[in-house]
Design a protein around this ligand. Sequence first.
Ligand SMILES: Nc1ncnc2c1ncn2[C@@H]1O[C@H](COP(=O)(O)O)[C@@H](OP(=O)(O)O)[C@H]1O
Ligand SMILES: [Mg+2]
Length: 475
Amino acid sequence: MPLFCLNKAKYQLLLLPHTNNNFVTTLKTKNPTFKHAENLFFSSFFNKWRLVSSYRKVGFSFSTKAAAVAGVSSSSSSSSSSVIMESEKKGIKISESGDYSKELGIAVSVVQMACSLCQRVQESLVSKTNDQVQSKDDNSPVTVADWSVQATVSWMLSECFGSRNISIVAEEDVQSLSQFDSIGLLEAVVKTVNECLAEAPKFGLNCPVRALGATEVLEAISRCNSTGGPKGRHWVLDPVDGTLGFVRGDQYAVALAMIEDGEVVLGVLGCPNYPMNKEWLNYHHRYYWMMSKLSPPTSESWEKGCVMYAKRGSGEAWMQPLVQTNTKYVWPNSARAIQVSLIDDPALATFCEPVEKANSSHSFTAGLAHSVGLRKQPLRVYSMVKYAAIARGDAEIFMKFARAGYKEKIWDHAAGVIIIQEAGGVVTDAGGRPLDFSKGIFLEGLDRGIIACSGAILHEKIIGAVYASWDSSNL
Ligand SMILES: Nc1ncnc2c1ncn2[C@@H]1O[C@H](COP(=O)(O)O)[C@@H](OP(=O)(O)O)[C@H]1O
Ligand SMILES: [Mg+2]
């Protein structure tokens, strides 16, 4: 039974192998609540390894903890040096140990950059006169955002970690972009990428010495051709998750995760239209709620979007506001800890699901909701923002049941899963087993669907209801 001491002052980590699977959950003992301990006890039923993490030293400042969990180590590359300097100026001692600190610090900065790129492109879709999104037939603005984010993230990660060493699994390929008749699209992507990269110093990263040409942009996109797998380190990127939400001016996400030896170890979720304060969201009411466009408060300054992040085994997840046009990125002072909801009564719980019924059976989830006693209308949300909603306690349950034969991709889940788990929640397939990120691009072996819950009590009820009703369903 191995015992690890990681950053002795702060954590004592005890790894308890239950079986030979390497799934990990965290039992929080800092400010423990019975509720969380109970949730995590239950969740250990589904997890094959158990990681018990206890804070030994308390009294860190809020920002110091954010730096320790997500922070940038003093050994980070020059790319993140201005981020470090900014923190040091403020007297924050940055974690000198902590695995993946450099990777997470860079990943959060890169996602911040990508989100501001997406915001600019999405704004170009919105008509100034009627505030309605013009959904173009050729979907070109969407693809400009997809390819531009992929190129930017790929270029930045390669710059920070070396293009030879890096493996990136991402959604877009380069084929249609490099065709002769796509020249206009390619030009738009190159322009968007260069505009975004020019802002890198604002995010504490280095920009290229000169603007990238089309060949370099195509190279950066096509470098993301890894297929992942059980060994080694793989970055996993969904450049614009929730394409429909993006086109409709609604919710979408930029999702970046890192997998090491088949396990997700870092997750960063940029949610440009998910404000720090949920009161700023609009909901459509009818037979369901739909998280929708923003209704800004009257005050000038408001935090329109957010970036969430977590590191495996830290037992903490964090959220920071999206950087606005005229503000400089300050790391990590603006981060706030997030936690899942403590509600475990189905009558009070809210469940989320995809907006599109083509992506998940609304009738099956309605049956499950009824049988476990969920009373509220479902909350329909585009993209991985559903994971974000569970992680920060805005909803308690996310269910997705795709049609038979659909294979879920790792980039649609990796970042969201780790953020929920570190915020205290539980994510499994509908059979109660951990999602397996070690098999390449797809979540192979996924049993029926995906269930993410704020706690084990709700989770157990949903899984029980799936078993009870599956045979009589049409799925
Ligand atoms: N037939 C299908 N069934 C289930 N999921 C699907 C699907 N077709 C696409 N998806 C996935 O669902 C994601 C959108 O999630 P949601 O429906 O929750 O908004 C898509 O991400 P992209 O929009 O990045 O392609 C895509 O990966
Ligand atoms: Mg997606």
